[in-house]
Design a protein around this ligand. Sequence first.
Ligand code: PEP
Length: 266
Amino acid sequence: MQAWVIGNWKQNPATSHDVNALLDDLLTAVDTQEQANATGCQLMVAPSCIHLASVSARLKDSPVLCAAQDISAHSANTGAYTGDCSAQQVADAGATWTILGHSERRQYHQESHDCLLQKMTHALTQGLGVIFCIGETQAQYDAEETLDVIDAQLAVVKDLLAQQSELTANLSERLIIAYEPVWAIGTGKVPTVQEVSATHQHIKQTVAGFADSLDSMTVLYGGSVNADNADSFAADPMIDGALVGGASLKAESFLAIADAFRRATS
Ligand code: PEP
């Protein structure tokens, strides 16, 4: 199975100059399609909305895909929704994927099941793939509620399949699940590889139970992945790649993580 390493740049870098410097470093290291294929690891970055068009233009002839970090729940295309960017707009800017349901969106923007179902529908309608983030908080982890929380969050996928069958024909190629324990994001704390592996197995089994076509779901781990711990996650066959925040802001650490997954899959 191909590995995926996806960089979530969040609200970084601060300036276009710094965005271009990061891209310079990234593209120097990964400068041809052939080289990227040789890595056996699909790379993707998700810049902030303001940088999406310029980043996707620079990545156009490279093997690195470009994703949005979010899309509007209200409309797939246009409307009176101040501050929102629609699925059609981010696709027009060059994104081919979008992250949805990141814990920071759930926390700071109160994103609910219904909101995420809308967003997922809009993304797929506009031909965007979806990296759907799920994961428990520290309190939920401490209370051993991880799998219950995940099941509730995965109900978005179940409801999508029930309501939007025409959109979900090739869903296994257009949906990636990113398991990100909230307490591991940006904290330096990580669950054990055994814990992540067991949770990924549960996610894969649950999603396969929704539809036969989802029997080989790609499931990434996210939360304080770095160049030092990537090998241990990459070695587990249940972990198909990584969603990377902080370490994706330096080409060197981002590509070291990709290299760990390439070596594990080769
Ligand atoms: C994230 O925000 O998706 C993430 C995984 O962040 P970090 O790698 O910094 O923990």
